[in-house]
Ligand binder design. Sequence first.
Ligand code: ADP
Ligand code: MG
Length: 224
Amino acid sequence: MIIQATELSKVYGEGENRVVALDRASLAIAPGDLISIMGPSGSGKSTLLHLLSGLDRPTSGQLTYDGKDIYRLGDKELSAFRRRRIGFIFQQFHLLPVLTARENIIMPLLLDKKQPDQGYLEELAGMLGIGERLGHLPHELSGGQQQRVAIARALIAKPDVIFADEPTGNLDSRSGSEVMELLKQVGRELGKALVVITHDSRVAGMAARRLVMVDGVLTEVTAG
Ligand code: ADP
Ligand code: MG
């Protein structure tokens, strides 16, 4: 699976309120790529992630997954595409508080009317070190454990690519590093592409491909 974004732009508002949140960003993502995107607050990182994942549509530009232009899909088809092909991880975890870890993890499958593969669920939980915690509610887990549950949820539907928006932003630096290391390891073992937005240069430095965003302009800075 190859993702190709070509000159994606996003403009909000009009006249005096016009903001160019993203200015002709191009990026190719290959299977197994580990990509970090750093940049100041308001530089357009989340906007880019929303466009790359089809959560939003650009003002101009193109996005293809394996050559297929996904912005041509209708809203319903696009959300089905997202559920099957893309995993998301957020800074605030976004776990449902009344559901156990196990129930949170399988939620994307239930939304797609699919039965969870129990073997795969156990395998993921084992890799992420939460095998003993699956019956717990989110508030009974530490921040790092909650984010590991969210990582399992992002992977349960076997997507091709995971997008993570500040996944370590709500964690102390030690559990942040652990979560990032796990994310990297699981991505590698399962062959997923991983795109991580972060403020933390140590987290960004763990990625093989590093990009920076300044005022809506995306630049790859990977050495060599
Ligand atoms: P980052 O994630 O890097 O902090 P964002 O992508 O959230 O940046 O925002 C980039 C710019 O676009 C900011 O100036 C922000 O205020 C603006 N912006 C983002 N979303 C909207 C929106 N829905 N309506 C208007 N402006 C927006
Ligand atoms: Mg953001």
